[in-house]
Write a protein that binds this ligand. Structure first.
Ligand code: ADP
Ligand code: GLC
Length: 486
């Protein structure tokens, strides 16, 4: 199978998609699947490839410049194809935005070419002698791949089946319909039964409409997107396709996120040596400039700073919590919306020894936070899956989460005496978050109770084994349907 994606850890990562793009293919390979990734040739990808060789030329087509297809291996021994097209991909920085944070203006072409190349490989049009049974695209950046496949004059049985995964329905990849010719798409595809979304050309809707099968990254999110408000206008299409939509919870990379071997921790630990975590907490406090107050509970977060993640709920709740005299500290790592990062810096100015904010993207620090804080905050407004609440449980860090999407599917509230491993609340308000933080603080003051919560989380299985089998099942169903169309 061919796994098309716009980012992959550790080489190019802006969020959870990169983690999944490394760990799911690895898990599939472990099940015996011949899986190859398809990626844009950003400088970091080309530099990070091993055994790199040119395997085909991709002819210029519509508005796409000519390109080369490279084959090789990525860290973790993942086999990959990479599109070498300097005119579109040879730029420093973020895969989606320039240094000012504005989207690259040619993103439709940059990601159109990703879909176009995937569709060529799906019918072995580049004569590689390797044709996948299934092409699996992820998020809007690959949304045109199923459209190119479905719209080509190629019988379904002569091409791979297509599976499209929604990691986040909030990102549509919506552009002006005038781009259709440049993207090599027929005018007839621009309609309600096709690519049109509120008058614009939507890469995301293209994937949802044309793929043979759809998945999303948790069972709860699969239900939520079939309704307002999380359907973002696509709930009707998703409800119509519900028989072909599966919600499969993401797994985590258990080697990268392992507190027994994590090189970024000051001290490694397991469920039997939880006292050792205190050394990580101390290292984290020192690193982030927080007062060394062992009797203060240390909360933390690692996140994109966006509306989705409910960061504003934390910033709103914090002054009240301080006023009530609670001994709490907060360590934040993240970047994003300037309105939120400015407010975070402002909170630090008001509580310099109790609140710290590292602005930026810092993989090592994200591990130290997971291994050093007492509880992890994730009050997301919506969360297709979320990974940090799973990393947290593996690191003996009970997460405090809102009951939405994958958070609802992966965190059991402390009210459950056996499996409780976190704190779950429902209302999207600072008051509900504060009350839940107070509930966590009360539990933290009782060491035996807290230890039971930590150990329940550490016992839980978050690896890919079960979920990778479910993807395999989706691929096999898509293939069987393609064969039946013969
Ligand atoms: P999303 O993909 O919506 O951002 P996820 O929870 O699925 O949310 O995944 C986010 C991933 O990105 C996690 O691995 C998290 O640790 C990482 N991450 C987010 N922000 C940062 C940051 N500022 N520094 C380091 N890692 C980060
Ligand atoms: C998206 C979602 C996140 C999910 C990740 C990986 O970025 O926001 O919830 O965990 O994709 O699937």
């Amino acid at each position: 199978m061919l796994f098309a994606t716009s980012e992959v850890a550790p080489l190019v990562k802006t969020g959870g998609l990169a983690d999944v793009s490394a760990s799911l293919p690895a898990a599939l390979a472990g099940l015996g699947v011949d899986v190859r990734l398809l990626l844009p040739g950003y400088p970091a990808i080309i530099a990070g490839m091993r055994e790199r060789s040119g395997v085909a030329s991709i002819a210029a087509h519509a508005g796409f410049p000519a390109a080369k297809l490279l084959a090789g291996a990525l860290p973790g021994n993942l086999r990959c194809f990479v599109i070498d097209c300097p005119a579109l991909y040879d730029r420093v920085g973020n895969p989606y935005t320039d240094s000012s944070g504005a989207d690259w203006s040619d993103n439709p072409l940059r990601f159109g070419l990703l879909g176009w190349t995937g569709a060529l490989l799906a019918r072995d049009a580049l004569a590689l002698g390797w044709q996948p049974d299934v092409v699996h695209g992820n998020d809007w950046q690959t949304g045109l791949m199923p459209a190119y496949l479905a719209l080509q004059a190629v019988p379904r049985a002569a091409r791979a089946a297509s599976v499209f995964t929604v990691h986040n329905l909030a990102f549509g990849g919506n552009f002006e319909p005038g781009l259709l010719p440049q993207l090599g798409l027929p005018r007839s595809s621009f309609g309600i039964d096709g690519l049109e979304y509120y008058g614009r050309l939507s890469f995301l809707k293209s994937g949802l409409y044309y793929a043979d099968r759809l998945t999303t990254v948790s069972p709860t999110y699969a239900q939520e997107i079939q309704r307002e408000p999380l359907g973002f206008g696509l709930q009707g299409l998703l409800a119509v396709r519900a028989q072909r939509l599966d919600g499969i919870l993401n797994g985590i990379d258990e080697a990268t996120w392992n507190p027994q071997s994590d090189p970024h921790l000051a001290a490694r630990f397991d469920a039997a040596k939880l006292d050792t975590r205190a050394r990580n907490r101390q290292a984290l406090r020192a690193r982030m400039g927080l007062a060394d107050e062992p009797d203060a509970m240390l909360l933390g977060l690692v996140s994109r700073f966006t509306e989705q993640k409910g960061i504003d709920l934390i910033l709103d709740a914090w002054p009240q919590l301080m006023q009530r005299g609670h001994r709490l500290q907060l360590a934040m790592l993240g970047s994003g919306d300037p309105a939120l990062t400015l407010r975070a810096h402002d909170l630090v100015r008001r509580h310099p020894r109790q609140v710290a904010f590292a602005e930026g993207f810092d993989e090592p620090l994200s591990h130290l936070i997971e291994g050093g804080i007492d509880a992890f905050l994730m009050p997301s407004r919506f969360e297709p899956c979320g990974l940090n609440q799973m990393y947290s449980q593996r690191y003996g860090t009970p997460p405090i989460v809102r009951a939405t999407g994958g958070l609802a599917d992966s965190v059991t509230d402390a009210a459950d005496p056996v499996d409780g491993a976190g704190f779950v609340f429902t209302q999207e308000t600072p008051a509900a978050l504060s009350a839940t933080i107070e509930r966590a603080l009360a539990a933290w003051r009782d060491p035996a109770r807290w230890r039971a919560l930590q150990q329940a989380g550490m016992r839980r299985e978050f690896g890919w084994r079960a979920s990778a089998r479910r993807y395999l099942d989706v691929y096999q169903r898509a293939m069987a349907e393609a064969a039946a169309a013969r």
